[in-house]
Design a protein around this ligand. Structure first.
Ligand SMILES: Cc1cc2nc3c(=O)[nH]c(=O)nc-3n(C[C@H](O)[C@H](O)[C@H](O)COP(=O)(O)OP(=O)(O)OC[C@H]3O[C@@H](n4cnc5c(N)ncnc54)[C@H](O)[C@@H]3O)c2cc1C
Length: 452
């Protein structure tokens, strides 16, 4: 019996490794809810929030439906990864294990354990658009700056070939087994993005063809409030409910049949960032988790008051507070928001980026270890950003990207009475102005911007 270990590849379309496993004989699937996801991390909060867990759970339910059409049973287990694998191997006479080898510390520990079991294992790289062996340089020679990487990749002819569709295997006697939410200690939540491969494929088709949004992506992508401001592919990509090759093939079809412009290109451009950070992670491995990141040194303070205010959306800076509240309430934040709150936390408050990254890991439904860690390092000036000391202006960033303040109204309703032209400037208001707008209870700025 072949065991397929599902990780961030919860789909059946464009799945070359599952195909390989099925070609070799009967397959059962496994997904592990690792016990460590339910425990506190080193910074004192649960490693994975209920938002994320519930999103994954519903994605798995959809995967189970898809696998059922292929006669593949899916087992979902909660507990210690090593114990689960050991038991399964003897219970189901497993003679080979298939899984994608992903970069990451937790992943590495899993793979190291599997390698002690003396069972043949099979792998295939599925995550990036451009697979490692097609790169025009070795991973060790990966350019340090994204633009150089992009230029070299764009010169290549990259075929986004998908794997052939899967054909059902003969029925086997093993039944799927997915515990219920209570057994897993997860609460059902409403999702900002609808989970699962079926929804992902539907969303991709609607985004491109029914709603024709790709042709304006570049103009809208910095918006923070509207669902259609950006593609919302990330949550499907991070758990593999959508394959990145499928996305690009559909974008190409759209370009061929409708419009090809700067905006449609920009979707590809952003997906290249995803590839880039995946390769940077492969190159530097666990070094990316060090406090100094890819730099030589770091200079941070530890201020529990700042950290709590930031986490709770109570810094007194409306742009930051609205974004942090959105993260905790929905499990999503726009790219513009992420850049601002990360910049604020690391460059203005001078706090350890790893705390911010861990909070994002807990809440983001599109959490991806490489993209999250390396975007944090980039924004903290400790990663692949040549412009180390870039500090944002949190007032103009808000005013520019939320012109009528609808985003603030959605997440900071206590500011509704403040006139639009002053909303993002609240951190600069005098006490009597705060009183006149009835916002005495909204926090005063935890730290004042020093004007140069
Ligand atoms: C501090 C910080 C943390 C982040 N953490 C994550 C994370 O954990 N997971 C994640 O997928 N993205 C992360 N990003 C990148 C980016 O913010 C999200 O991919 C994007 O906001 C998701 O929304 P979307 O799918 O609508 O993006 P779109 O703007 O529609 O972009 C299309 C796709 O391109 C990719 N992409 C876009 N921007 C980036 C980027 N800067 N880096 C890598 N890939 C990108 C994503 O796969 C995204 O789905 C982070 C960015 C910052 C600044």
């Amino acid at each position: 019996m072949n065991l397929y270990l599902f990780q961030n590849d919860l789909r059946i379309h464009d799945h070359p490794l599952l195909k390989k496993a099925m070609d070799q004989g009967p397959v059962i699937g496994l997904f592990v809810f690792d016990a460590i996801w339910f425990k506190d991390n080193q910074f004192g909060f649960q490693k994975k929030s209920n938002h994320w867990l519930s999103f994954i759970y519903d994605t798995l339910l959809d995967l189970n439906k898809q696998l059922h059409t292929l006669n593949i049973p899916l087992l979902a287990k909660k507990g210690n990864f090593n114990d689960i694998i050991k038991t399964l191997i003897s219970d189901y006479s497993i003679d080979s294990i298939y899984y994608e080898k992903l970069p990451g510390d937790e992943e590495r520990k899993r793979y190291d354990f599997i390698s002690t079991l003396n069972i043949p294992t099979y792998h295939e790289e599925m995550k990036p658009l451009c697979k490692s062996h097609l790169l025009p340089f070795s991973i060790q020679n990966l350019p340090f700056v994204f633009t150089q990487f992009r230029h070299q990749i764009e010169r290549l002819y990259v075929d986004f070939k998908e794997s052939e569709p899967l054909v059902p295997q003969s029925k086997i006697t093993i039944e799927s087994d997915i515990p219920n939410l209570n057994d897993l200690n997860i609460l059902q939540t409403t999702h900002y993005i609808k989970p699962g491969e079926s929804e992902g494929l539907k969303h991709l088709s609607q985004y491109l063809f029914s709603h024709q949004l790709a042709k304006t992506y570049k103009d809208t992508r910095n918006g923070m409030l509207d669902f259609n401001d950006s593609t919302k592919f990330s949550a499907y990509l991070s758990i593999g409910a959508l394959s990145v090759r499928r996305i690009m093939n559909e974008v190409k079809k759209y370009e061929l049949n409708y419009v090809k412009n700067d905006s449609t290109y920009w979707i590809y451009f952003e997906l290249l960032w995803r590839d880039y950070f995946y390769f940077v992670h492969k190159k530097y491995d666990n070094r990316i988790f060090n406090q100094e990141g890819l730099a030589q040194y770091h200079h941070t303070s530890h201020n529990p008051h700042y950290i709590t205010a930031w986490k709770e959306g109570k810094t007194g800076y409306p742009l930051i507070d609205a974004n942090m509240r959105q993260l905790v309430q929905t499990g999503y934040m726009s790219n513009r928001g992420r850049q601002n709150v990360a910049n604020f936390f690391t460059k203005f408050l001078n706090q350890d980026w790893r705390i911010g990254a861990a909070l994002f890991e807990a809440y983001l439904i599109d959490y991806d270890v490489s993209s999250n860690t390396l975007n944090w390092l980039y924004n903290a000036g400790l990663g692949n950003d040549p412009r180390e000391n870039r500090m944002f202006n949190y007032i103009t960033q808000g005013e520019r990207n939320d012109k009528n303040c609808k985003y603030l109204d959605a997440f900071l309703p206590e500011l509704k009475k403040v006139p639009i032209h002053l909303k993002y400037k609240i951190s600069e208001l005098l006490e009597q102005e705060r009183v006149s707008y009835g916002i005495q209870n909204y926090p005063r700025p935890i730290k004042k911007v020093t004007k140069s």
